[in-house]
Write a protein that binds this ligand. Structure first.
Ligand SMILES: Nc1ncnc2c1ncn2[C@@H]1O[C@H](COP(=O)(O)OP(=O)(O)O)[C@@H](O)[C@H]1O
Ligand SMILES: O=c1ccn([C@@H]2O[C@H](COP(=O)(O)O)[C@@H](O)[C@H]2O)c(=O)[nH]1
Length: 259
């Protein structure tokens, strides 16, 4: 049995939910950022960079930042599915692989300021682990995953949407190295899963969601300029008593947006 998600307590006194960018003078806290992109595009690395830079800023503007992964919301596998997964034949890249309602409720609770404990995912065992990430008093929550923009009920919860756009050959070579080193896969299994399931699902379900991004980050974490601009923008939005703060307009963008 995999570990269920747990809510530890009810809303914090200072938490509030105000919808995208709140009212004219308030920014929602936590500020929820969706980070999508293909497998091994650098989503986690970009999130780490954003978190590092937000935390680095002076004490006065110190931010509590948490990163969570869509992989915590994979549905539990049946024994038969688990056997297929071990051979690289279960489709973890299809939207049906995720428990979308659980994902939605969890994000709504996070936005409402509830203290949440989310299990981390074990890619070797193909299930959630007993290791958890606790979300508590976060100013910024980054939610990363291949299909975080695919489901409208999830997509609409984000205050900012980033898409990490990395060349497919680069992604495949990174995935091979990572899955051999960290996820206990053989080269044959990685390539078989990639060609039959991962690549077709990327083209059908993930790539079309790029159009929902506020910012597209070419080359991922190598793109220092894009990461710096994003961090500056978040800092500016979250600056207390910022004059003239206005509501988010869906046509707003920071670095660029798709056509
Ligand atoms: N800019 C980069 N240069 C070199 N290696 C990178 C870069 N970004 C990510 N990686 C490596 O590629 C692999 C996948 O990166 P990761 O950030 O985990 O991607 P994702 O979260 O999209 O799957 C990891 O092993 C990571 O260390
Ligand atoms: O048990 C599992 C769960 C997921 N995968 C693969 O992982 C990637 C998503 O993770 P990234 O960090 O974004 O690469 C997805 O493409 C799945 O194919 C898996 O192999 N096994």
């Amino acid at each position: 049995m995999s570990t269920p998600l747990r809510i530890m307590a009810f809303p914090l006194l200072n938490a509030r939910y105000e919808g995208p960018l709140g009212g004219l003078d308030k920014v929602p806290r936590p500020f929820l950022i969706g980070v999508a992109g293909g497998t091994a595009s650098g989503k986690s690395t970009v999130c780490d960079k954003i978190m590092e830079q937000l935390k680095k800023s002076g004490l006065e503007h110190h931010r509590h930042v948490t990163i969570i992964s869509q992989d915590s919301f994979y549905r539990d596998l049946t024994a038969e599915e688990h056997e297929r997964a071990k051979k690289g034949e279960h489709n973890f890249d299809h939207p049906d692989s995720f428990d979308v309602e659980l994902m939605r409720r969890t994000l709504v609770d996070i936005k409402a300021g509830k203290v949440m404990e989310l299990p981390m995912y074990d890619y070797i065992a193909h299930k959630r682990t007993t290791k958890t990430t606790v979300i508590h008093c976060a100013d910024v929550v980054l939610f990363e995953g291949i299909l975080v923009f695919y489901f409208p009920e999830i997509r609409d919860l984000f205050n900012m949407r980033l898409f990490v756009d990395t060349d497919p050959d680069t992604r495949l070579s990174r995935r091979v190295l990572r899955d051999v080193e960290e996820r206990g896969r053989s080269l044959e299994q990685i390539l078989h899963q990639y060609m039959t399931l991962v690549k077709p699902a990327f083209e059908e379900f993930c790539l079309p969601t790029k159009k929902y991004a506020d910012v597209i980050i070419p080359r991922g974490a190598d793109n220092i300029v894009a990461v710096d601009l994003i961090v500056q923008h978040i800092q500016e939005l979250m600056r207390p008593n910022r004059p003239g703060r206005r509501q988010r307009n869906n046509s707003d963008s920071i670095v660029g947006r798709p056509h």
